[in-house]
Design a protein around this ligand. Structure first.
Ligand code: PHE
Ligand code: NA
Length: 455
C-alpha cells in the first residue's frame, strides 16, 4: 500500500488495470509521438532509423518499462523513495537512490522545454478555429511558424498557460480529470490520426512515405542517429524519468506488469507510426524538407488541413487533442518531483506550484533560445555540441545522456542487484523472458551504443 498519506493526485491505487493502462498511455503518448518522432525520423534519414528505434523499444524499452513499474509498485513511493526502499530491502548500497534522483532531474528538465513546445499547439488551435488554414500554402505555414518562434512574448504566454494547466492537475488532485482525459481523448486522437492517414493516402505520395519510413537505408545511419533512436525509445515510453515508476506505485498487486507494459508500448508505437504515415505523404507531396526539424508537423499538417473538406474542424480537433496528449504527459513528468516533495512533508499543492514554477523558469531559457538567444551556442568547443542552442542542449542532455545512463543503471540494478526470486514474484511467468533480457541483452546493447558514441 502506498505510503503517500498526504493528498495524492492519484487514488491510493488505480481503480483497475484499465485505468492504469490509460494513465500510462496518457503519459507515454504525447509530443514525443506526434511532434518529435516524425521530425527526428526526417532528420535521421527514415527507414533504418525507424528500424533501430523499433528494436530499441523491443529489447530495451519494454523490459525497462516492466522493471520501472515493478520497482514503483514494490517501493510504493516516489521514484526516489522507491529506489531507496528497494535498495534497502535487497541489502544494497543506499547510493542506488541516485538513480531516482537523476531520473527526477531528467523529468524536470524535460518538463521545462516540453511546456514550451506544448504551448505551440494553442496558437494553432486559435488559427484553426478562425479558418486561417483554409487553402494555405506550405510557404505560408512556414512563415506562420517562424513568426510564432520569433515572438518571445507570445511564446511566454502559451508556455505559462500550459505550465499552469499542468500545475493545476498536479496540485488539485483532479483524478477524474486525468481519467476522463485519457479514457476518452486518447481514443479520439487515435481515430483522428487514422483519418489523417486516410487523407494522406489520397495525396499520391503515400507509397513514397511508406518506403521512406520502412525501407531501411543503412548508409544513412550514424552512431549518433542510433543514440538518438535509443534516447527516443526512453523519451516516448516515459522511461528513465521516474514517470512510470511514480505511476507504478499506485498499481494494484494483482495486475500483470508485463502484459500491461506491452499494451502501453504497442499503443505508443502505433501512434508514432501513424503520425509518420500521416505526415510524410504531405511532406513529399509539397516538396517540403523531411529534415525540416522541430517545426515539421506545424508546417506540414496545416497545409493538409487547408485542403481537406472540413479542414478547419479537423485542424481544431487535432491541435486540441495534441494539447491534451501533451498535458497528460507533462502531468506525469511533474509527478516524479511532486511525489518526492510530498513524501518529504511538503503539501501537494505547494510541491506542484514550486516544482512547476521552477520548470517554468528554466523553460524560459528554452523559449529565448528560439529567438533572441538563437545564436547562443555555449558548448561549441565540444564537437558533439557544436551549434546547439540551449533548447538543443536540454534535449540532447536528457534524451541522449541522462536517460540512457539511468536506463543502464536500472537494468543493472534489477538484473544483478535484485534477488531474482523477488522480481519473479512481481512478474510471474514473464520473468523467464524478461530476466535474461534485462540482465544481459539490454545492458550490452546500451554499452555498445555508448561505446560507438564515445570513441
Ligand atoms: N512520453 C512522452 C511523450 O512521448 C514524454 C515523456 C517523457 C513523458 C518523460 C513523461 C516522462 O510525449
Ligand atoms: Na510517447
Amino acid at each position: 500500500v502506498p505510503q503517500n498519506k498526504l493528498t495524492p493526485v492519484t487514488p491510493a491505487l488505480w481503480s483497475s488495470r484499465f485505468v492504469f493502462i490509460m494513465a500510462a498511455v496518457g503519459s507515454a503518448v504525447g509530443l514525443g509521438n506526434i511532434w518529435k518522432f516524425p521530425y527526428i525520423t526526417g532528420e535521421n534519414g527514415g527507414g533504418a532509423f525507424v528500424l533501430v528505434y523499433l528494436v530499441c523499444i523491443a529489447i530495451i524499452g519494454l523490459p525497462l518499462m516492466m522493471s520501472e513499474v515493478m520497482l514503483g509498485r514494490r517501493g510504493a513511493k516516489s521514484p526516489i523513495g522507491s529506489m531507496a526502499v528497494v535498495a534497502k530491502a535487497e541489502g544494497r548500497s543506499p547510493h542506488w537512490v541516485g538513480v531516482g534522483i537523476m531520473a527526477t532531474l531528467a523529468a524536470f528538465l524535460i518538463l521545462s522545454f516540453y511546456s514550451v513546445i506544448a504551448g505551440w499547439t494553442m496558437p494553432y488551435i486559435v488559427s484553426a478555429v478562425s479558418g486561417q488554414f483554409s487553402g494555405i500554402s506550405a510557404q505560408s505555414t512556414g512563415a506562420l511558424f517562424e513568426d510564432l518562434l520569433a515572438s518571445p512574448w507570445q511564446l511566454l504566454m502559451w508556455h505559462s498557460l500550459f505550465m499552469g494547466l499542468t500545475i493545476l492537475v498536479s496540485a488539485g488532485g483532479v483524478r477524474h480529470g486525468l481519467e476522463n482525459a485519457v479514457t476518452k481523448l486518447m481514443p479520439a486522437l487515435f481515430v483522428l490520426l487514422l483519418i489523417l492517414v486516410g487523407y494522406a493516402a489520397t495525396t499520391g505520395h503515400f507509397g513514397e512515405a511508406v518506403s521512406f519510413l520502412f525501407k531501411p537505408n543503412f548508409s544513412a545511419l550514424t552512431a549518433e542517429s542510433i543514440l538518438v533512436a535509443l534516447g527516443h525509445a526512453f523519451f516516448t515510453l516515459s522511461l528513465a524519468s521516474g514517470a512510470m515508476m511514480a505511476y507504478g506505485a499506485y498499481l494494484p498487486k494483482n495486475v500483470s506488469i508485463a502484459r500491461t507494459a506491452v499494451v502501453v508500448g504497442v499503443m505508443d508505437t502505433c501512434v508514432a507510426l501513424l503520425a509518420g504515415l500521416a505526415i510524410f505523404p504531405i511532406v513529399f507531396a509539397h516538396g517540403l524538407a523531411a529534415g525540416e526539424g522541430p517545426g515539421l508537423i506545424f508546417v506540414t499538417l496545416p497545409v493538409a488541413f487547408g485542403q481537406m473538406p472540413g479542414g478547419s474542424f479537423f485542424a481544431t480537433l487535432f491541435f486540441v487533442l495534441l494539447l491534451f496528449a501533451a498535458w497528460t504527459s507533462s502531468i506525469s513528468m511533474l509527478e516524479s518531483l511532486v511525489s518526492y516533495l510530498n513524501e518529504k512533508g511538503i503539501s501537494r499543492v505547494t510541491a506542484a506550484i514550486g516544482g512547476g514554477l521552477a520548470a517554468w523558469l528554466v523553460g524560459i531559457t528554452t523559449l529565448l533560445s528560439l529567438n533572441v538567444w538563437s545564436d547562443f551556442t555555449p558548448l561549441d568547443m565540444f564537437a558533439r555540441f557544436e551549434g546547439k542552442t540551449l533548447f538543443d542542449l536540454y534535449d540532447y542532455l536528457t534524451a541522449n545522456i541522462m536517460m540512457p545512463v539511468v536506463a543502464l543503471l536500472i537494468a543493472l540494478f534489477v538484473g544483478w542487484k535484485v534477488n531474482p526470486e523477488h522480481s519473479k514474484a512481481e512478474l510471474g511467468a514473464w520473468h523467464k523472458v524478461w530476466f535474461p533480457v534485462i540482465r544481459y541483452l539490454s545492458p550490452i546493447a546500451l554499452l555498445i551504443v555508448f561505446y560507438f558514441n564515445l570513441k
